[in-house]
Design a protein around this ligand. Structure first.
Ligand code: PRP
Length: 177
């Protein structure tokens, strides 16, 4: 039997809260009079989205899109799939994409192309974490919580084989699974 990977805290729930507050202030400055559409990419963004929108004190709408590329493994398949598409039109909307992590960047590049075909007024990207060491394609991040090292990140919505999304801290796994 292979040993269980160890779980280490990377950012505490308090540090995450501070980052979400900072991002909310930055987003408020730009979007307070634009009735933006905050578009959460499922599943990973749901915890971040829930905390973020409760700190935004202006009119906005929420929508979700479910994409998947990792399946149950730790390596991206490189093929992004739309599992559940948009249920409302985004033409002429100010769209702010909410992600939990940008890793290779393949999901983001696919997503921005998918959205821009629908002619929104603007599309910007807010991600809680960014792992630039793994990038395969350039990505422009407009709002960033944390840069993370090249480790397997879990918690605060982010999974490994669908586990650990419920951890309140942002953690990483180390060792063989
Ligand atoms: C994760 C994450 C991003 C994507 C980033 O989604 O939520 O959408 O991977 O990886 P990339 O930059 O290498 O493309 P995942 O496909 O694991 O689905 P999930 O959100 O349901 O966990």
């Amino acid at each position: 039997m292979s040993p269980q990977p160890e779980l280490h805290t990377l950012f505490t729930r308090r540090e995450v809260e501070d980052a979400v507050n900072r991002l909310a202030a930055e987003i408020s400055r730009e979007y307070h009079d634009k009735n933006p559409l905050l578009l959460g990419i499922l599943k990973g963004s749901f915890v971040f989205m829930a905390d973020l929108i409760r700190r935004l004190d202006f009119p906005l709408e929420v929508e979700f899109l479910r994409l998947s590329s990792y399946g149950r493994g730790q390596e991206t398949s490189g093929k992004v799939r739309v599992v559940h598409g948009l249920s409302i039109p985004i033409k002429d909307r100010e769209v702010l994409v909410i992600e939990d992590i940008v890793d290779t960047g393949l999901t983001t590049v696919f997503l921005l192309d998918y959205l821009r075909k629908q002619k929104p007024a603007s599309v910007k990207l807010c991600t809680l974490t960014d792992k630039p060491s793994r990038r395969q394609t350039p990505v422009n991040i407009d709002y960033l919580g944390f840069t993370v090292p090249d480790k397997f990140i879990v918690g605060y919505g982010i999974d490994c084989d669908e586990q650990f999304r419920n951890l309140p801290d942002i953690c990483f796994l180390e060792g063989e699974g």
